[in-house]
Design a protein around this ligand. Structure first.
Ligand SMILES: NC(=O)c1ccc[n+]([C@@H]2O[C@H](COP(=O)([O-])OP(=O)(O)OC[C@H]3O[C@@H](n4cnc5c(N)ncnc54)[C@H](OP(=O)(O)O)[C@@H]3O)[C@@H](O)[C@H]2O)c1
Ligand SMILES: [Zn+2]
Length: 376
């Protein structure tokens, strides 16, 4: 079974099926930011047109969505239809396979949003269910299912976390004034949206200059309970002794630096509960590899242009979120969102795909995807 088999095809399933799948996605979203390295999954069991069981996967190590839904439905699951946004698992992980639980419960039909993105297991769960005589429909609301779990899909396919570069710039393309002052480029509605984006991500990354210049918090400012891991990349660790990121009561902070840098500050950071990781050659790629190994699926880059350029060049960024404020700051040396990429002709520019634009109060948000086949 090919992973993208139904991606571009017209609507699959009837309108009730699609409505149920959208509800699965809503359920799945209840655990947004909390499931990595696992996907967000919601499941709904329907019997005679009525919902008799619901569930979602709350976090890795906990039961899968199907199990919660089956527990709620009890014996009503027999002969029922279950809707689930991701193909039911067919292997023994930390929990037993959901396919076996569905077969044991006697469900008659399974409606799946998308197949498992891992090519080694894709279709295995569906095949197992079919072999047990269960009717299976695949690809209902598939695009929305893929969108919700885009980070999980990327992590599974490429063995790297999904990277989002977010920046706020003026209409003349500056992310700060010539002095480095940047509070605030955009309005409060845009900043509120950024807090929500943070809550959906596993980590947020900045470089040393941003810590020195902006002293950011990088938290969700209480719009959501989940804060991402706050990550700083600093080669020489010439960072202030006091900084908002060193207060780890509300959210954890991890500092990547090069081996042997500023041992004095390293010691101080450790006493404040900040984790310090020394890497031989600090680079965006080495950092995301480390974060992948820690089980992270999504990383939000909120750095300035120097680090952003490195991160793009090393293909650690897959998606761009550009907030644009209708104001002009000017300044020959005022920083812009992306530093030097070594490109000399406009024909070499990185073309975004699947671009969308929307208004956020008086700002605009343009989102798009960088191709993974970029030849930088
Ligand atoms: N408007 C916005 O959206 C926005 C967002 C972020 C920042 N800013 C502004 O951007 C300016 C800072 O820009 P910046 O480009 O210097 O950003 P940055 O986010 O501080 O990144 C650069 C820093 O990253 C560290 N780094 C570690 N490894 C690196 C590597 N392999 N390649 C490059 N850098 C590496 C270095 O820290 P060390 O020097 O400590 O070694 C370097 O100074 C500030 O004025 C800030 O206000 C604006
Ligand atoms: Zn499962």
């Amino acid at each position: 079974m090919s992973y993208q088999s139904n991606f571009q095809s017209p609507a699959i399933g009837n309108s009730f099926d699609r409505q149920m799948m959208q509800q699965c996605l809503q359920l799945a979203r209840k655990a947004i930011g909390k499931t990595s390295p696992n996907p967000m999954v919601g499941a709904i069991i329907v019997r005679d047109g009525k919902i008799v069981g619901k569930g979602f996967h709350p976090k890795a190590g906990q039961p899968h969505a199907e199990v919660f839904a089956l527990r709620e439905a009890e014996e009503l699951a027999k002969g029922a239809t279950i809707y689930v946004n991701l193909e039911p698992c067919n292997h023994h992980g930390r929990t037993p396979p959901c396919t076996e639980a569905l077969i044991a419960a006697g469900v008659a039909k399974v409606v799946v949003g998308m197949v498992d993105p891992d090519p080694r297991v894709a279709g295995g769960g569906i095949e197992r269910l079919k072999r047990a005589g269960i009717e299976v429909i695949v690809g209902v609301e598939e695009e929305a299912c893929r969108q919700l779990n885009e980070a999980f899909v990327h992590r599974t396919l490429y063995k790297r976390p999904f990277g989002i570069l977010k920046y706020a710039m003026t209409l003349d393309g500056k992310i700060a004034a010539t002095t480095g002052h940047s509070a605030w480029v955009t309005g409060k509605e845009s900043r509120h949206l950024v807090y929500q984006v943070r809550s959906a991500c596993d980590a947020v990354i900045v470089g040393g200059n941003t810590v020195r210049q902006d002293n950011p918090y990088l938290t969700t400012h209480q719009v959501a309970a989940h804060n991402p891991l706050r990550v700083v990349m600093s080669r020489r660790l010439n960072l202030p002794e006091q900084a908002n990121l060193w207060n780890t009561d509300e959210a954890a902070t991890l500092v990547f630096t090069e081996v042997g840098s500023n041992p004095e500050l390293q010691k101080q950071l450790l006493t404040k509960g900040v984790e310090v990781v020394e890497i031989e050659l600090l680079s965006p790629l080495s950092v995301v590899k480390y974060l992948y190994d820690r089980g992270l699926s999504s990383v939000l880059w909120e750095c300035g242009g120097t680090l952003a350029a490195e991160a793009i060049a090393q293909q650690t960024i897959q998606k761009i979120m550009a907030f644009i404020a209708p104001k002009i700051i000017g300044g020959q040396t005022a920083p812009s969102p992306v530093g030097d990429l070594g490109l000399e002709r406009m024909t070499e520019a990185l073309q975004l795909e699947r671009v969308t634009m929307r208004a956020i109060a008086s700002d605009f948000l343009i989102e798009g995807y960088l191709s993974n086949r970029s030849t930088l």
